[in-house]
Design a protein around this ligand. Structure first.
Ligand SMILES: C[S@@+](CC[C@H](N)C(=O)[O-])C[C@H]1O[C@@H](n2cnc3c(N)ncnc32)[C@H](O)[C@@H]1O
Length: 361
């Protein structure tokens, strides 16, 4: 028994040393790769591609999760005009929106990761998924995609045969394909704007849904971005965002990014156009309130913290206990009406896709 206890102590001691050594290696690697971005000729690491949307099944899974959640929260599950922040390697999530009936799609990024070639490949694979009414790829296939759903069957209640027939009509397909190649033409139903800088990127009150997947944690100007979204939304529009608060491999602890002093963080950031903004969940909730959003869904994920408060950098000393363990959130919110009469309920269910006003019909 004593021998067993002795062996266990040695094992734990070795584990702690190895864990600490690994932590140090990850930290130094992050700092060195940040500094390296200042060297002439060094490719900036986050311009190499983002992973994720280069797969049609990933895009299909992401889009249908946002749509199913919209339905669950009583929101418009047939939005005509959609805008996406940070589509990444392809415009596939927006193409999935068009293939389920949306009429117009705006994509805003800070780096032009997507190419027409990849978009066309993903598009063809998406058409097959919709035609076969494939089930939503689940957590076994994509453990990192959130939000998790309770049911991953193809959502026939949202995408019934009539809607699919209209959405997958051959003439419509041809127009979407053409639009993929013409996304710089201002009359195209697909607009890919890179870089986008301010609220003027879109006209006021024109969009039914603004969504993003794993993007808001990267945005440098978060207040400006919430302001822009509020301005773009139609009065009955809504936003839908999955946000990941983890350290994205910069530290070996999932929430270790809150331990770096600001000056070290600036070195890690280097010349990269974006990294992670380190803003916790509560900052998003404050900005939503400040910009006049009504939060209808805030589905958070909690992960145990191995950090104690004394490890936190001074900028994060006052992080709440809840923020310290909130590793992700799925948020859907509408505009708060300025002069909403009491008892008024906006008609979110009103199906607005297949609109005559836009080119895909
Ligand atoms: C982790 S990737 C996610 C890509 C894609 N949404 C996915 O699910 O695979 C983050 C994306 O956010 C973009 N991004 C960073 N800052 C942004 C900003 N201020 N506005 C729009 N997109 C931004 C990046 O260029 C990148 O495409």
């Amino acid at each position: 028994m004593l021998a067993l206890l002795f062996l266990r102590t040695i094992y734990l001691h070795r584990y702690r040393i190895e864990h600490r050594a690994l932590g140090a290696i990850v930290r130094y690697r992050s700092i060195i790769s940040g500094i390296a971005t200042y060297l002439p000729g060094m490719q900036r690491p986050c311009t190499r591609g983002t992973g994720g949307t280069d797969s049609a099944r990933y895009c299909y899974s992401v889009w249908l999760r946002h749509l199913v959640m919209a339905k669950n929260n009583g929101l418009n599950h047939c939005p005509s005009i959609v805008a996406e922040l940070g589509p990444g390697d392809s415009l596939g999530v927006g193409l999935a929106a068009l293939l389920s009936g949306s009429d117009q799609y705006f994509a805003f990024d800070v780096v032009e990761h997507a190419t027409s070639e990849r978009n066309l490949q993903v598009f063809d694979d998406l058409v097959a998924l919709f035609e076969n009414k494939a089930d939503i790829p689940n957590a076994e296939e994509f453990p990192r995609i959130k939000p998790y759903l309770t049911n991953y069957n193809f959502p026939s209640d949202l995408l019934d045969d009539d809607r699919l027939r209209r959405a997958l009509d051959q003439t419509r397909m041809t127009r979407i394909r053409r639009a993929i190649n013409n996304h710089h033409d201002p009359r195209s139903p697909i607009q890919y704007k890179v870089p986008w800088c301010d609220t003027s990127a879109l006209e006021e009150e024109t969009v039914d849904m603004v969504y993003s997947q794993a993007v808001l944690e990267h945005v440098n100007d978060l207040p400006g971005t919430y302001r822009a979204m509020r301005r773009w939304l139609k009065p009955t529009g809504y936003i839908s965002h999955q946000i990941d608060f983890k350290s994205h491999g910069i530290d070996h602890e999932w929430n270790g990014h809150w331990t770096y002093p600001d000056f070290i963080w600036r070195l890690i950031q280097g010349r990269r156009p974006f990294l992670i903004n380190r803003l916790p969940h509560s900052v998003h909730l404050s900005l939503l309130e400040q910009e006049g959003f009504l939060v209808l869904c805030d589905k958070t994920l909690e992960t145990k913290s191995s950090l104690s408060r004394q490890h936190l950098a001074s900028s994060f000393e006052s992080l709440s206990d809840r923020d310290l363990v909130t590793s992700g959130a799925f948020i859907q919110a509408t505009r708060k009406a300025a002069s909403t009469p009491q008892g008024y309920e906006p008609d979110f269910q009103h199906a607005t896709c297949f609109s005559d006003a836009v080119q895909l019909q």
